[in-house]
Each structure stands twice: as C-alpha cells, then as structure tokens.
Write a protein that binds this ligand. Sequence first.
Ligand code: ASP
Length: 389
Amino acid sequence: MASIHSTNSSRRLICCIGTGGTIASEPTAGGLAPTRQDTFFRRIRSHPSLTSPTSFDDSNVSFSSPVHAELVGKNVRYPRLVTPELDDQGLSVEYEILDLDRHLDSSEMTPAEWNTIASLVYENWDKYDGFIILSGTDTLAYTAAILSFLFHSAGKPIMVTGAQIPLSRPRSDGWTNLLDSLFVTGTLDLAGVGIVFNHQVLQGARATKTSPNLFGAFTTPCVPPLINLNVKITYDTALSLPPRSSSPPPPLIPLLTTPTVLSIHIYPGMTGDLLEAQIATLPTCKAVIISAYGSGNLPINPESGVLQSLKRMVDKEILVVVISQCAIPNVYPLYTQGRTLLSIGVLPGYDLMHEAAFAKLIWLVSRPDLSFKEKQELFETPIVGEMSV
Ligand code: ASP
C-alpha cells in the first residue's frame, strides 16, 4: 500500500494564515473576541510542543520578548518558527504565521474573505510547501469546501483548523490541532484540502460542524476520516488525498461577492408562493439550494405550486439543486417526487453536505467562461470527491 509518510528528509516551510476565530481569541471587556494582536504569536512562540529553542538565535526568548513582525500589505507576518522533531525520522517543520489585517469570528465570513484567503495562498504558492488556514469553527467547513474547489488538483496540502477552546484558555484543543496540522502539512506526502481537528484529517469538501461542545467538532457523515492521528497513524487508502506534486493551482477564480446563492429549507406546508417570495428578495440570484426531505422529496402536488415555482427558476437559468435535510444525506430519485424534479431540470445533490453544495455553486456561478448547461453538467460531476454519484 502506498505510504503518505515522507521520504523527503529536508525541512518544509509552511504558511499559517490567521483569520481569527476561537483559536485566536483573547479575553476582552466584552468577552472572548478574536481581536488581532501579537499575543497569539507570543503564545505559540513560547509553547514547547510548537516551537523548538532552535528557532531563535537568543535562547532567552520568552513570552514577553519583543516581536519583530513585518507588515505585508495590510497583513502581518511574524518571524519564522521551527517545531521540535515531529516524527521518527527527526523531521521538524518551519512555519510562518501570516495574520489577516482583521481577525474575524468566522460567522462574519463572506465570499469576500474567501477571496482574500485564496489570493494569499495563490500568491504565496511557490514560497511555501503547504498552508494551514486558522479559522473559527462556525464556518470552517464552508471555508474548507470552497478552498477544495478553488485549489482542486493543486499539488500541495492546504489544511484548515481551529479550536473549540482558545489558546488563551486552559485545556485548549488548539495546541493539538495546530501541531497535527503542522505534522500533516509539513511531514506527510499528500496534497489537497483537508480539515485537521481532534486527531483526524477530514476531506475538505465532505465535512460539517456537528458539535459546538465536542472536541470532535467536525464529521464527514458520508465518508470515513482520511487519516486518524492516533498512536498509530492510519488512513483510508481508497479516499487518501493525492500525493504531493508540482501541479500548480488552477487559475484563481474571483468569487462573486454579491449574494448569488439562496438556500431554502423545505418544511411542512411549503408553497410555491413562499419560494417565489424568497427568490424575489434576491435579484442577483444565480443558484438555489433546496434542502428537501429524505432522499430528495418535497411536495409536488399542483395546489402547493412548488414544482411550478422550481420550473420557473430553471427556465430563468437559475441552478436549482436538491440536497437532503438528513444528517447522512443521500438524494436519489426513488420516489415520483424525485423523478419529477429531475424531469424539470432540478439537479440532484446526491450525498453533498450543505457546505459543499454552497461552495460548489458559488464556484460555478463565479465562472463567466461557462454556459448555464456547462454549469449544470459540472455540478453533477464530482470535482474533488465532494459527492458519490
Ligand atoms: N464563533 C467562533 C467562530 O467561528 C466559534 C469557534 O471558532 O469555535 O469564529
């Protein structure tokens, strides 16, 4: 079986992009907040599992020692750090933290922030051997999904991580998540986008946040974890991320930042009028996600007007996609409802998570090079293993 363990003995350099979230939060008068300050870097610099003393010329560096950060555009780059040895080969990893100008709670993230993160990864592609995106957990799975599409087939690892408890608080899981992310991006031979959390690597376009309490905040309900980082490191060969390669990232697609994707939950009593009312609020609408029941069912009786409304959307060249509300989704046209939807041009979302459906649609509608039909076809084609067709 092919191994993901590195045969490369040279030390890799990783870029950690700080966006805020719980991992970077500090106590403030108004409660924990992801305010940007160098305390985050200082904490990491003084943690013995994350920083080897060989990082510094001066062995007396402590938490309060000065920080010589560099302004890169609006962002701040902190001095390079080196981890202690991370594997049996004695490999350590060099890394730099590049902090965005504004730290955010990830619930404030929009496609504009995704554009910023993606541009930074793109611009720095040749300089680093891998990337870690430090994010709040609320929209972390969305960020991982969109990066999966934007950087599909690119030959370096991009791991997204965060924490349930800030580094500034006792029992923070952020230390382990960061260390595991450095281990994965810096010592393993893999490429692609994943989520590193609670000793697992999850497929970036398959994940969802399932708990605000458990350290295992994320799951991929339809596929097993890619890697389990236990005493032994085990991985599922069938789903393994591709090996590192010299493949460059595809041309960067600037995501549309005006709202273009509408997401509608079906519930008992849904009518075509209710659907139309929501569409009418978004003149820039280019795609709609319908979260339907079970295997993709929703009312199709003529009195409800739902089907007629969905047909009008497809006729207006809006991508209409049906995913399942179930925790372990799987949309397949088993019942009359599902088959009728297919016949009017509604696209089945198979076992796509909402996060991946949203990311894939934003990615598609942001591409002026594709016709409506090509977008429909591409939606039904797995790009990064985001769904099983
Ligand atoms: N609200 C926080 C965020 O997403 C939650 C977290 O990071 O765990 O930024």
